[in-house]
Design a protein around this ligand. Structure first.
Ligand SMILES: O=c1[nH]c(=O)c2[nH]c(=O)[nH]c2[nH]1
Length: 300
C-alpha cells in the first residue's frame, strides 16, 4: 500500500524564559512560555533520516533565551514575530514558523510601612485558591482551619543559599544572589472554640490579613533559605493575628537557573533565567504558639 508523508512540523515546546530588568533598585520581570514549531522542506528528515534541513529544537530553545537577552521582551506578539521572522529568514529549509507565547502576569507585593514602591517582590496574578476544613462533632467540639494554595510569589533578589553540606554528590554552587520563587500552600488553625465561631467571627478579614502577613513577610525577609523564609512567614502571622495558633506550610522551591549565554557571545548578569518546573525542592513546616490548644481532629 503506497504511503506518503502528511503534514508535519517540529519544534521546542514550553521554553520557560524569565527576564529580570534592573532599573536601579527597582526590578521588572517578564515571565513567558515560548513554543516554536517549524515546517518546510522536511521530507528527507522523515524519509531518509538526513538531518540537513533540521534546525535542532535545542537551538530553538537557546534562541529564545539569547533573544531575551539581546532584544529584551516587550509585547509577546513582538517577541513572537522576532523569533518567527528569524527562523524563516535565516534558514532556507524553513518555510513556516509558528511561535506561541504565554505570558504570566506578576504584580508587585505592596508592603505597608515599607518603601512606597516595593522593588523586587512579586505575586503572580490570579492563581490562588482559598480553602477551609471544618470539623464539628456531637460533643460540640469544633475546629476551623483556613488556608490558601497556589499563591505564587517571587523575589528577584534578596535571596542567598550557601553553607550547606557538600558531599561527593553535591554539584550545587553556593550563591549570594538568586531568584527565590514558590507557590505557597498554607493552612492555619483558628484557636477559638465552638462558641467563638458565631456570626460575628470575621473569617473574611482574618483571611485577608493572614494573606497580607504572608506576602509582607515573604517580601520583607532577606532569605538565607526557603526554610528561613517559611519560618518568618509563619512567625509574622502568629505575631500579628491572635486568632491563629498554628500555621502549616508546603512550599515548592521553584528553581530559576541562570542561562549560560557565553556560547552566543552574550553575558548574563542575573538577567535571563530558565524557570524549571521539576524536580523541585519541597519545603514543609509548621509554626505554632507554644501554648496552642490541642489540635484535636483539626488536621485530619
Ligand atoms: O532554600 C533552599 N533550601 C534548600 O534546602 C535547598 N536545597 C537546594 O538544593 N536548594 C535549596 N534552597
Amino acid at each position: 500500500m503506497p504511503v506518503i508523508l502528511g503534514p508535519n512540523r517540529y519544534g521546542k515546546a514550553e521554553t520557560r524564559v524569565v527576564r529580570v530588568v534592573r532599573d536601579g533598585g527597582v526590578h521588572h520581570i517578564k515571565d513567558i512560555n515560548v513554543s516554536s514549531a517549524l515546517s518546510g522542506d522536511m521530507a528527507d528528515v522523515h524519509l531518509t533520516g538526513s538531518n540537513e534541513a533540521v534546525l535542532p529544537t535545542d537551538t530553538q530553545k537557546n534562541t529564545a533565551f539569547a533573544f531575551a537577552r539581546k532584544h529584551g521582551i516587550g509585547q509577546i506578539e513582538d517577541f513572537a514575530l522576532l523569533l518567527a521572522r528569524h527562523y524563516v529568514g535565516s534558514q532556507p529549509t524553513i518555510g513556516h514558523a509558528r511561535v506561541e507565547i504565554e505570558e504570566y502576569g506578576w504584580r508587585r507585593i505592596p508592603v505597608s510601612g515599607g518603601p512606597s514602591e516595593p522593588r523586587h517582590s512579586f505575586v503572580r496574578d490570579g492563581q490562588e485558591v482559598r480553602t477551609c476544613v471544618v470539623h464539628h462533632d456531637e460533643d460540640g467540639r469544633t475546629t476551623v482551619v483556613s488556608g490558601l494554595k497556589d499563591l505564587v510569589v517571587l523575589n528577584s533578589t534578596g535571596s542567598e543559599f550557601h553553607g550547606y553540606i557538600e558531599d561527593e554528590y553535591t554539584t550545587l554552587k553556593p550563591t549570594t544572589d538568586r531568584i527565590l520563587a514558590t507557590a505557597v500552600s498554607a493552612q492555619w488553625r483558628h484557636s477559638g472554640e465552638s462558641h467563638d465561631f458565631g456570626a460575628s467571627y470575621d473569617f473574611g478579614t482574618s483571611y485577608d490579613e493572614v494573606r497580607r502577613c504572608l506576602l509582607e513577610a515573604f517580601a520583607g525577609t532577606h532569605s538565607l533559605s526557603l526554610q528561613q523564609t517559611l519560618y518568618a512567614m509563619g512567625r509574622r502571622v502568629l505575631d500579628t493575628r491572635e486568632e491563629v495558633c498554628e500555621i502549616r506550610f508546603a512550599m515548592p522551591n521553584k528553581h530559576h537557573f541562570l542561562v549560560d549565554l557565553a556560547p552566543f557571545g552574550l553575558d548574563n548578569d542575573n538577567e535571563v533565567y530558565y524557570a524549571a518546573d521539576r524536580p523541585y525542592g519541597l519545603i514543609e513546616g509548621a509554626v505554632l504558639r507554644d501554648d496552642a490548644p490541642d489540635a484535636a481532629f483539626a488536621w485530619e
